[in-house]
Design a protein around this ligand. Structure first.
Ligand code: G6P
Length: 610
């Protein structure tokens, strides 16, 4: 939520800030702004409601602002509607401080009332303005003193970038529970919510930890902890190419990322299987630990949670241990039953989702061991978990996740197989067959993608439906949850995913002549049961789009109106193939409807507020 960027060096800052913001727009995009300090020009602030392109036009792509130090922001509104005045940077009444913020200042009302009682007048509805005004209130000439006193009063989550007109030779970066990195260059330094904003300029980055304050000058960075003690921050090298975060000829990032799935899944799987056995880096789970494990608790949000839903079926089947899947936002406040023998499996593409991070910390506090499946190297969840399994999906930019989902699923399979082989809950042959099927998955994903025109055709028939149902049983139900979410996220069509057997306990009342039902029937043991549910909705006039494996397509076609077929794989792996036509379906429906596919309304990719 919200992206922040800062630059201090010898060049004009504004074009660099705008370029950085263009790479952070996935974090929020209802308004944007920059503040730049230049000799003779003072502090220049331009901010505007709307997409970044509005700001680019207002500033002539940054050329209208002069100065070599500045901060920028792209917003996902929490406090105060999207508007020019609520956009960041927020500026103190005396015009001395410009502040960009990601997170929420939870005690902002109390601070605002305190400052108002001292005569300070506020202009915005944001929580962030209290930071700028507090800085002014405490400022007596010493910037660090004012920052220190201000931070003492703040409660909540924040990543801050601060520029002071009296000290234009420095930028201040502060991190508390919201991600922030520092990019280190020769003769310039940057701050940003994530590495995508700085990678064009430098690959050397430091990840700030909670409570840390970084002072950036043109020539270097000094980091202090909350007690103002100097901290030696390690510098990490980011080794992926900038092209990985660009569209590469596709109309949308989502299309590019859908098409990248075979390659991403291959990268995630291939190095981790040797001679039929799974070898996972940095993961040591002894047979005794796994034998004594009382429960596997899966904690995640959004699509990562949907991966968890598939994982429950897969892991319970492979391990015969209870698996509980819970939404991170619920886990935190449900007094969860966790023991030292509980393994918490945390799934997060970004590694920064605040609810998932907080739930992970709670699980740790309660004594669980925490294993995280994460895509972003160096993210907070990756750094704080006891063990990390990376999904090698590369940067994912589209708000609607596709390749991250697929690679998370691949890691779940690897994990399940690895545990099952260690525990002896699968035979040698069963294990080898699953390993072989896993290695064959990327090739089968390519086959699914080759037939994307079929899905495009169905999308052209269905894009005007006001409401679409997804039904399935077992693994098909879990995949349906993701298919339904993808559709509503980007096409704004109302959609529900239902366990097919549950439909008649209420929701079938919504099926009327012409209602579109997407019936998932790839889980062969329950094919006939699912087909009974298809007949039930057909009897009430539903139009049915079936999704099944090639060998069952003809049978399904006898009842369904249309059928999309995917290749058959090991039954537990089938979700990996089934999800792809559903992603494509959502994509093509949204395309037909003229939606802003990569930046759907009201959403953000990285949700760093509760
Ligand atoms: C947001 C994104 C979703 C994502 C969810 C969890 O809502 O739009 O695509 O699944 O956050 O994110 P995470 O980074 O923790 O997987």
């Amino acid at each position: 939520m919200c992206g922040i960027v800062g630059f201090i060096g010898a060049e004009e800052a504004a074009p660099i800030l705008l370029d950085g913001l263009s790479r952070l727009e996935y974090r929020g995009y209802d308004s944007a702004g920059v503040a730049v300090y230049g000799e003779g020009c003072g502090l220049q602030v331009v901010k505007a409601k709307g997409r970044l392109k509005v700001l680019e036009e207002l500033t002539q792509n940054g050329r209208a602002l002069h100065g070599a130090a500045g901060v920028g922001h792209t917003r996902w509104a929490t406090h105060g509607e999207p508007s020019d005045v609520n956009s960041h940077p927020q500026v103190s009444a005396d015009g001395r401080f410009a502040v960009v913020h990601n997170g929420i200042i939870e005690n902002y009302v109390e601070i605002k009332e305190f400052l108002q009682s001292k005569g300070v007048e506020f202009v915005s509805q944001t929580d962030t303005e209290v930071v700028a005004q507090l800085l002014e209130y405490y400022y007596k000439g010493g910037l660090l003193e004012a920052v220190g006193k201000t931070l003492e009063r703040l409660r909540g989550a924040y990543a801050l970038g601060i520029l002071c007109a009296d000290h234009p030779d420095m930028l201040i970066a502060v991190r508390q529970d919201s991600p922030l990195i520092v990019g280190r260059g020769e003769g310039f330094q940057m701050l940003a919510s994530d590495v995508t904003a700085v990678i064009k300029y430098t690959r050397e980055v430091s990840y700030l930890d909670d409570g840390e304050i970084a002072i950036l000058t043109r020539d270097g960075v000094e980091v202090m902890d909350r007690y103002h003690q100097r901290v030696d921050k390690p510098v990490s090298h980011v080794d992926w190419e900038i092209s990985a975060a660009e569209k590469g000829g596709y109309e949308h990032f989502m299309a590019k990322e859908i098409m990248e799935q075979p390659q991403a899944v291959r990268k995630t799987i291939s190095t981790r299987i040797r001679e039929g056995r799974v070898v996972m880096e940095g993961m040591e789970f002894s047979p005794a630990y796994l034998r004594d494990m009382d429960k596997l608790y899966i904690i995640a949000c959004g699509s990562s949670y949907h991966v968890g839903m598939v994982a429950k079926y897969v892991l319970e089947k492979l391990l015969r241990k209870p698996v509980e899947v819970t939404l991170a936002s619920e886990f935190r406040y449900c007094d969860p039953i966790v023991t030292k023998n509980t393994l918490a499996l945390v799934i997060s593409q970004s590694g920064e989702t605040i609810d998932t991070l907080a739930a992970m910390r709670e699980a740790k506090r309660l004594g669980a061991r925490v294993l995280a499946i994460v895509n972003v190297v160096g993210s907070t969840i990756a750094r704080e978990a006891d063990g990390v399994l990376y999904t090698w999906a590369g940067p994912e930019i589209a708000v609607a996740t596709t390749k991250a989902y697929s690679t998370q699923l691949a890691v779940v399979y690897l994990l399940g197989l690895s545990f099952a082989q260690t525990m002896g809950t699968v035979s040698e042959e069963e294990g080898a067959a699953l390993a072989e099927a896993l290695l064959a998955l990327p090739g089968k994903l390519e086959e699914v993608l080759e037939r994307r025109q079929d899905v495009q055709y169905f999308a052209s028939l269905c894009f005007n439906h006001p409401s679409i149902f997804f039904i399935g049983r077992n693994l098909d139900y879990a995949v349906g949850l993701e298919g339904s979410l993808k559709l509503k996220e980007i096409s704004y069509i109302h959609s529900e995913a239902y366990a097919a057997g549950e439909l008649k306990h209420g929701t079938i009342s919504l099926i009327e002549p012409g209602t579109l039902v997407v019936a998932l029937a790839s889980y062969s043991p329950l094919f006939e049961k699912l087909m009974s549910n298809v007949v039930e909705v057909k009897s009430r006039g539903a139009r049915v789009l079936g999704l099944t494996t090639a060998d069952l397509a003809e049978e399904m076609g006898k009842t369904a109106d249309y059928v999309i077929a995917v290749p058959r794989t090991h039954p537990l792996l089938q979700p990996s193939l089934d999800v792809v036509p559903l992603q494509l379906f959502a994509y093509y429906v949204a395309l037909q409807r003229g939606c802003d596919i990569d930046k759907p309304r009201n959403l953000a990719k990285s949700v760093t507020v509760e």
